[in-house]
Every structure is written in structure tokens, then in C-alpha cells.
Design a protein around this ligand. Structure first.
Ligand code: NAD
Length: 429
């Protein structure tokens, strides 16, 4: 789709603005004006659930890539009778549509600006993880949610997955005994890879806008869509992408809100491609009562280890594995006792529980309760991952004051809790 077509879609869609948009939650109408910012893979997974829940009227789709928008728009118009308007700039979309719900499913470096602008415009927000690209972005998101009293749900759907809930009940009931250590991990195979040629961005993609507040990179076909995860200016590698899901499970289990001491190391022992995130990494977080360890590897994928994703809780009564596709399993220390297992209950596509998280989001909008993956919870879990990367970047351990959200006695480290934005974009405070 070229620029002319893009404008055409906007103009066509504008024609529908003449249609009355019904207010949400009046006596007989319960549809929320809903907008999607970032209409790629996961954004569409969320929007599909929103449509299926039957309480959303899709008023806008917003993306800086017309190719993504075109696909998304085609799907929405097949799924329901809504005729969303098409936008490139989320600020224009928020000003014109005044949505009541905004889904933010952009790459990570955009979460904070889009989420805060949506909150300030009066919307409730479902924002993807990790909440911010740097720690202080997440803090600004929490502050905005509280200041404007909006419901802000983070996309950590494992908080509402049936097997994660029953697994957490098992752990919290003490059946695994006293837990002194947790090991979270994600291991995938892969090889060195090859450098991708730097080419002109595809027609219809506003690459400068895509990079936004982050440094402007040369475009290569591996970054967008979906490949940004392994570029540290736009995301936080495997720890920021996958790690936060498992860290979130650990923070759900423990009474502690944050770690006290953090150390991480890793590197790019194998990868030779265009990405720059570590291809292997180890991180250790010292909590008051236990130690959390993270490991990831993007090579040596094989069946030597029993499972490649999840976290092991090591207790005096046995070892509990919280997994994904493989549910949860408890291996008792006493060999005479049976292994206990529960299968996962996941939704397709992509084996997730967005439907349940969306239902909780809607319920909390109505009741004013804090959602299962409230922004503050997501912020704390994101911080654990981001602080791991921060330690790896510095090459030394850091001491974290989680109440004040500062690193103790280390001015150089504290500077990395935020970063300078490019051009006219302003870092949120
Ligand atoms: N909770 C989960 O289990 C889960 C799973 C997958 C992805 N995610 C998260 O979802 C987010 C999106 O990931 P994805 O795999 O769908 O990526 P994607 O590349 O498929 O989609 C992101 C879209 O955002 C668009 N975009 C970039 N800047 C924008 C801006 N300023 N305004 C509007 N649109 C913009 C891109 O053009 C792209 O179409 C990431 O934060 C990722 O961590 C979460």
C-alpha cells in the first residue's frame, strides 16, 4: 500500500465519522471505543480478544507502517462490522477519537510515550510488556495511571492462566516446603546468523517515526516486524522479552517487592548477525529470603535438558517447575511420593491467555479495582529484568533501593535508569 492509498483509507474511514459513536456504559450500551496502537502480531492477538469479548467498538487502528495497517484493517472488518479509522500518529488518533480503551502493542521503546499519552487523553490502557525500555519510563507510566485514575493492565497474561493460578496456589500453600532459590530460563537454538544488508525501508513504513525516541538505526529486514527484540536500543533482549514473564511469576509468589542486589553477565559468543542483544546471559538477583537466577541461550538447542522454558522453584519438599506449554510439575524430594502435574490451559493462536486478562481488564474498568497485571506490578517485574541488563552493561553488581527506585552509591549506574531521547521526543517524568 503506498502513501496515496494510505491517505485514501484515512479519508474513506473519515466518512464513517458521521456515524454516531455510542457512549460506553450508558444504560443499554456497553461498548467501549477501543483503539489499537501497534497493529502487528501481538496487537492483533489482543484486539481479536477485545472484539470477541463483545464490549469494544474498534474506532481506530494506528501504526507507522501502512502495510501492517492494511492487514489489520482487513482482518477487523472481517471479524466485526466496525469501520475503524486509520492513523499513523497516535497523538492525532487520541485527539480525534478520544478512545476509552487503548491497546499499546508497539515495540518496547514506544510503550511509555504511547501509554502515557493515552492515559492523559482519558483512556484506560492495556500495554504490552516490558512496560518501559528504561526503568524511569515505567515509573512515569505508574504515576500517570495513578494521577489520572485510569485502569492500566500490562500484558503479562500468565497472571491469569489457569495452570499458573493453580501452580501459584500450590507454591503459596507451602507444599514445596521452604523455597530458597528460583531458576528462570529460556533456551532456544540458533546459530551465528549472518549480517543483513542495510536497505531502504519498505514503502509505506515511516522508519524515522518507527525509531521515534530511540537512536535512528539503518533499516534491515530483520528489525521490523518483530525482530526488534534483539536490538538493545528498541528492546531488552531475551531477558526483557521472555524473562519478564517468569520474573513476574516469581514476584507473584514472593511477598518481597524487589531484589536488593543484582549481578548479570553475558555476551555474544556465537551470534554474528545484525542484532546486538546478548546470545547468552546469566543474571542473579539477591532477595531478602531467596536468590533468583536467570539463564538464556540462543544456541545449542537440543533435548539434553528436560524443558527449555519456565522457572524451577527449589524447596525443601521438592522442586516445582512452572512451565508454559507443559503446565506445571512438582517433583517431591521424597521418592515415595508421587510426582504431581497439571496441564496448561491455553488459547490459540500462540498459546496464550489474553482472553482471561482482557476479561479482568474490563471488570476492573467497571469496578475501579486494580487489575491482575496492574501497571505497578508490571513496572516492578520489568525493573528486575531491566536492572539485570543494566548490571551486565556496567560489568558490575548494583545495590537497588526498590522503595526510592535508585541504585545505591553509584551515580554512573543511576544515569542508566533513563536515557536521552532523540530529536523532539521528551522523556516522561
Ligand atoms: N505478552 C506477551 O506474551 C507478548 C507476546 C508477544 C509480544 N508481546 C509484546 O508486544 C509488543 C509488540 O510485539 P510484536 O511482536 O507484535 O511486534 P510487531 O513488530 O509485530 O508489531 C509492532 C507494531 O508496532 C508498530 N509501531 C512501531 N512504532 C509505532 C508507533 N509509534 N505508533 C504506532 N505503531 C508503531 C510497528 O510498525 C509494528 O507494526 C512488544 O512490546 C512485545 O514485547 C507480548
Amino acid at each position: 500500500m503506498n502513501r496515496r492509498n494510505f491517505i485514501h483509507i484515512t479519508a474513506t474511514s473519515l466518512a464513517f465519522s458521521a456515524l454516531p459513536i455510542l457512549p460506553a456504559l450508558s444504560h443499554n450500551v456497553t461498548k467501549y471505543k477501543t483503539a489499537l496502537v501497534g497493529s502487528g502480531w501481538w496487537g492483533m492477538n489482543i484486539l481479536r480478544c477485545a472484539i470477541q469479548a463483545g464490549e469494544s467498538k474498534v474506532v481506530a487502528l494506528c501504526d507507522v507502517d501502512e502495510n501492517q495497517l492494511k492487514k489489520a484493517n482487513e482482518e477487523v472488518t472481517k471479524l466485526c462490522s466496525d469501520q475503524p479509522k486509520i492513523y499513523r500518529d497516535y497523538r492525532e488518533m487520541l485527539a480525534k477519537e478520544k478512545p476509552e480503551i487503548v491497546i499499546v502493542a508497539t515495540p518496547d521503546h514506544w510503550h511509555a510515550l504511547c501509554c502515557i499519552a493515552a492515559i492523559e487523553s482519558g483512556a484506560n490502557v492495556y500495554v504490552e510488556k516490558p512496560v518501559g525500555h528504561t526503568v524511569m519510563e515505567g515509573r512515569a507510566m505508574v504515576n500517570a495511571a495513578r494521577k489520572y485514575n485510569r485502569t492500566v493492565q500490562v500484558g503479562t497474561h500468565r497472571r491469569v492462566s489457569p495452570h499458573n493460578i493453580s501452580g501459584m496456589d500450590f507454591l503459596k500453600s507451602g507444599k514445596a516446603g521452604k523455597i530458597g532459590m528460583v531458576r528462570a530460563f529460556v533456551h532456544y537454538g540458533g546459530g551465528a546468523g549472518e549480517k543483513l544488508p542495510e536497505i531502504a525501508p519498505p514503502k509505506g513504513l515511516d522508519w524515522d517515526f518507527w525509531c521515534g525516541p530511540a537512536p535512528l538505526h539503518s533499516y534491515n529486514a530483520g528489525i521490523h516486524p518483530r525482530g526488534f527484540r534483539q536490538y538493545m536500543d528498541f528492546a531488552n533482549g531475551q531477558l526483557g522479552d521472555w524473562g519478564i514473564h517468569w520474573i513476574d511469576q516469581v514476584l507473584w509468589w514472593t511477598e518481597e517487592k524487589y531484589p536488593k542486589k543484582i549481578f548479570s553477565t553475558g555476551g555474544r559468543a556465537i551470534k554474528k548477525d545484525s542484532t546486538d542483544a546478548p546470545d547468552h546471559q546469566v543474571a542473579i538477583w539477591k532477595f531478602e529470603d531467596f536468590t533468583l537466577e536467570w539463564e538464556h541461550r540462543l544456541f545449542a538447542g537440543n533435548e539434553a535438558e528436560k524443558t527449555n522454558v519456565g522457572c524451577y522453584f527449589y524447596g525443601t519438599e521438592g522442586t516445582f517447575h512452572m512451565g508454559w506449554l507443559d503446565g506445571w510439575t512438582f517433583y517431591p524430594s521424597n521418592k515415595n511420593k508421587p510426582i504431581i502435574h497439571e496441564d496448561a490451559k491455553l488459547n490459540e493462536p500462540d498459546s496464550q491467555n489474553i482472553k482471561e486478562l482482557w476479561a479482568n481488564f474490563l471488570d476492573c474498568i467497571k469496578t475501579g479495582k486494580r487489575p491482575a497485571s496492574d501497571i505497578e506490578i508490571g513496572h516492578r517485574s520489568s525493573n528486575v529484568a531491566l536492572l539485570g541488563n543494566l548490571s551486565m552493561k556496567l560489568g558490575r553488581s548494583i545495590d537497588w533501593d526498590g522503595e526510592k527506585e535508585i541504585i545505591l552509591n553509584d551515580p554512573e549506574a543511576n544515569k542508566l535508569l533513563r536515557r536521552d531521547y532523540r530529536g523532539n521526543w521528551v522523556y516522561p517524568s
